[in-house]
Design a protein around this ligand. Structure first.
Ligand SMILES: [Mn+2]
Length: 365
């Protein structure tokens, strides 16, 4: 064991002993539902259980919705919703006996935490993002380091304590190694982005312990027919002006909101495009748009102009892999005009004109 790793482990063990001595309930927070976040949450649960915290005093709380189809498939395959609870629903029941762990996130003020934002002081943090994290003291365990995936950090911890074996008889979650494999794979774009030596070592380690057939099934993702139709619509309703693109994805049910971001990701990869904006009118009376830009020099300007236009409904950040700016907004429109098929096209055209003025206009030049 390296000196650094044994120091990290010693601090974790100290905090775990304190949680045990005080009979606290530890709430592991996954503030989004992607493979890395889910894997890290269940791997930490495995670790804490084997360090002596009873199952009944470990809870996984999640934020948001699965969004991407792969996340849905993972959750469904292992019935994960039976083993985690939505933070927003559970938050009112939290009491003085609860303590918190953050995995794959470290910022207590993150908006995804909803009502809990700014109110949690985590006692454990394991994260690979460079976010404003809580300060490490004697009494907490804050491990924030630059790796390709948080799953890599959990893999390292499990290996350090010799807990990389999973047995059904003792109630272990047998799917943890598979989740860790998917977590590292997806956050490093298949070991191609942001990958450190530890990421690749950890990846092959957990891969060798994973069910290959399940892995194939969970990485073979077919686009739904609705997605293909939406993509066709967006391709047919996209306007390009120089290096910029604005595309309308039409009128979507709120369960398909994630398509907007997915299409913006795709279109920002088109040759010659540095800014891609995709928007849709959603049936919950919202105008949703996603913006992607490979020109990081635009960050300040975009932030300025779009904050002014859309206030707090707009947010922009550098992507986890540092490859592009990612942002978006959800603007409440108050009336579901597009529900009326007779005026839908006119309405979408009107909004298209509005978006063109913003993203092709002088303010953002
Ligand atoms: Mn991650």
């Amino acid at each position: 064991m390296s000196n650094v790793m044994s120091e990290i482990l010693a601090q974790l063990l100290k905090v775990v002993e304190k949680i045990k001595a005080d009979s606290k309930v530890i709430n592991i927070i996954a503030n989004h539902l992607d493979p890395d976040s889910i894997a890290s949450a269940f791997a930490l649960k495995h670790l804490l259980r084997h360090l002596g915290i009873p199952n009944a005093r470990i809870r996984i709380l999640y934020c948001g919705v699965p969004g991407e189809k792969q996340n849905e498939m993972i959750i469904q395959r292992f019935s994960l919703f039976q083993h985690m609870l939505p933070l927003d629903e559970f938050w009112p029941k939290i009491n003085g006996n609860d303590v918190f762990a953050f995995v794959d996130c470290s910022n207590p003020n993150d908006g995804r935490l909803g009502a809990a934002a700014g109110k949690i002081n985590p006692i454990i943090v394991v994260d690979h993002h460079q976010n404003p994290a809580p300060i490490e003291t004697e009494d907490n365990f804050i491990w924030v380091e630059t790796y390709g995936a948080c799953s890599t950090m959990l893999t390292k911890l499990l290996n350090e304590v010799g807990l990389m074996t999973f047995k059904k008889e003792v109630g272990d979650d047998l799917f943890v190694t598979l989740l860790l494999t998917l977590g590292i794979y997806s956050d490093t774009h298949g070991l191609l982005a942001n990958v450190t030596d530890d990421d690749s070592t950890s990846y092959f380690n957990v891969l060798s312990l994973s069910d290959k057939q399940a892995l194939r099934n969970l990485t073979n993702i077919q686009d739904s027919r609705v997605y293909v139709e939406t993509e066709n619509y967006a391709r047919n309703h996209c306007i390009i002006d120089g290096l910029r693109l604005v595309a309308c994805a039409g009128y979507l049910p709120s369960t398909r909101k994630v398509y907007v971001a997915k299409l913006a990701n795709m279109m920002s990869n088109w040759d010659g495009i540095t800014v891609a904006v995709v928007f849709a009118i959603i049936d919950d009376c919202n105008l949703v748009f996603s913006i992607r830009s490979t020109d990081s020099g635009l960050q300040a300007t975009l932030n300025d102009v779009l904050q002014r236009k859309f206030k707090n409904s707009f947010g922009l950040k550098m992507s986890d892999d540092n490859l592009r700016l990612e942002g978006g907004a959800q603007i409440h429109l108050g009336i579901d005009l597009a529900a009326d098929e007779k005026v839908r096209d006119q309405y979408l055209e009107l909004v298209t004109g509005y978006m063109r003025n913003i993203f092709f206009g002088n303010d953002l030049r």
